[in-house]
Every structure is written in structure tokens, then in C-alpha cells.
Design a protein around this ligand. Structure first.
Ligand code: SAH
Length: 221
């Protein structure tokens, strides 16, 4: 866990815009104050193109190059809340590093984050942000995340931030007993955020809400 990070050196944009974002998240039903605090203090403007930095605290997805998007803050908050709902987690696997924002949010709430990205240029850029912000409990890997990262598992939590048609078996296999996975399932037309939980004897799924993610693509780029 890394809750003592101080991001004040990377330029605070107006506290008022950040407060407004937190209010919006509260209105939408995100109530975990630790998550709200982390979102409030994490500099999202660092993760988006400079030309869009002035929109970084709007509750909206934004382009991050390579045809990908940084998720809407509400979705980041919601997925994090679902993942942590049953208590603290030791290690979490993220599939789809993208900008690195979700990983940095998680890194302040769990002990270790392992994040996998298939586009190497995207991953390099995210890794430079981890360094810039002094976040040390994120490990990253250039690989097809549909295969997970078996050498570091099994995981207490898995968060998939690109959308597969069905839950990859490899990811279920890397989930600890008692572990939780949040994954957007479906195609470009319609996706549902699904919570997968694993007990000693079974794997259960629960549909949470409709979402829109870029597709999970196999192979590396
Ligand atoms: N979590 C990110 C947003 C992810 S956008 C953030 O906070 O910014 C989705 C990302 O998933 C993209 O960067 C895309 O390249 C990546 N992705 C898609 N398929 C993948 C796969 N099979 N393995 C790893 N990453 C993948």
C-alpha cells in the first residue's frame, strides 16, 4: 500500500474542479471515502494529452493515443469499489494498463499491483508516469493480458479494463480462492460489467451494469 504518496509537486489543478468531480461520483453512488480521497488526490491530468489536460477532472473518458481511452472516473471508482468491497487485497492484476491511471489509483489502496499491456509504446508511457509520481508498488509487463501473468499469481483481485467476449479461463485460473474479478463482457454494441468470485468449490458471476470499453485484443503490438 502506498497511501502516503504526495502528488503536490506535479501541479495541482483547481481544487474546485476536483471537488466537483468527487461530488459527481457521490451522486452516482460511489460512497467509499478512501477511494474518493484517492481519486481526489491523484493527478489525472498527468495521464492525458497536454491538449486535454484542462478536461482531466470531468467525469468522462478521454483519448490517450494508440486509439485507446482512459476510463471515465466514475468507472474507475466503481470497479475499484467492487474489487475492494469485501476488504483489503494483497495483490491485484490489471489487464490493460493504458494510461496507467487505474493502476496508480489501485496502488494506493492495495499492497501490490501487477499490470499488463499489449501495446509497448503505451506501456512505456505509463511506466514513465509511475516513475514521475514515485509509485513503487506497480510492476508492469508487455504481454497479452488475456493470458494473465501466471508467474506472479494467484491474485486476490483481477481488474480487466478492455472487453473480452467471454471470461478468459487463464484469468479465472489465476484468481485466488476468495478472490474477485471485475470484467466488462461483450462486444462494441453492448457490454456488461461482471463480478466474478471464486470459492473453493465454484465460480459465480454477477452482472452489475452496462459499460463501454475498448475490446480486449489478443497478441502483442
Ligand atoms: N486502465 C486504463 C484504460 C485502459 S484502455 C487506464 O487507466 O488508462 C484499455 C487498454 O487495454 C488499452 O491500452 C489496450 O491496448 C489494452 N489491451 C487490449 N487488449 C489487451 C490484451 N489482450 N492484453 C493487454 N492489454 C490489452
Amino acid at each position: 500500500m502506498n497511501s502516503d504518496l504526495d502528488f503536490s509537486g506535479v501541479g495541482m489543478t483547481s481544487q474546485r474542479t476536483r471537488n466537483r468531480l468527487i461530488e459527481r461520483l457521490l451522486e452516482q453512488g460511489v460512497t467509499d471515502t478512501r477511494i474518493l480521497e484517492v481519486i481526489k488526490s491523484t493527478p489525472r491530468h498527468v495521464f492525458v494529452d497536454e491538449a486535454l489536460a484542462h478536461r482531466a477532472y470531468e467525469d468522462t473518458a478521454l483519448p490517450i493515443g494508440f486509439n485507446q481511452t482512459i476510463s471515465q472516473p466514475y468507472i474507475v471508482a466503481r470497479m475499484t469499489e467492487v474489487l475492494l468491497a469485501e476488504g483489503p487485497l494483497e495483490n491485484v492484476l490489471e489487464v490493460g494498463t493504458g494510461s496507467g491511471y487505474q493502476a496508480v489509483v489501485l496502488a494506493q489502496l492495495v499492497s501490490k499491483v501487477f499490470t499488463v499491456e499489449r501495446i509497448s509504446g503505451m506501456l512505456d508511457r505509463a511506466a514513465s508516469k509511475f516513475k514521475l509520481l514515485g509509485v513503487r508498488n506497480i510492476s508492469h509487463r508487455h504481454a497479452d493480458g488475456g493470458m494473465g501473468w501466471p508467474e506472479q499469481g494467484p491474485y486476490d483481485g483481477i481488474i480487466v479494463t478492455a472487453s473480452p467476449m467471454r471470461i478468459p479461463e487463464e484469468l479465472i485460473a489465476q484468481l485466488n480462492v476468495g478472490g474477485r474479478m471485475v470484467v466488462p463482457l461483450g462486444n462494441g454494441q453492448g457490454q456488461e460489467l461482471v463480478l466474478v468470485t471464486r470459492t473453493a468449490s465454484e465460480v459465480t458471476t454477477e452482472v452489475l451494469e452496462r459499460v463501454k470499453f475498448v475490446p480486449l485484443v489478443s497478441g502483442k503490438a
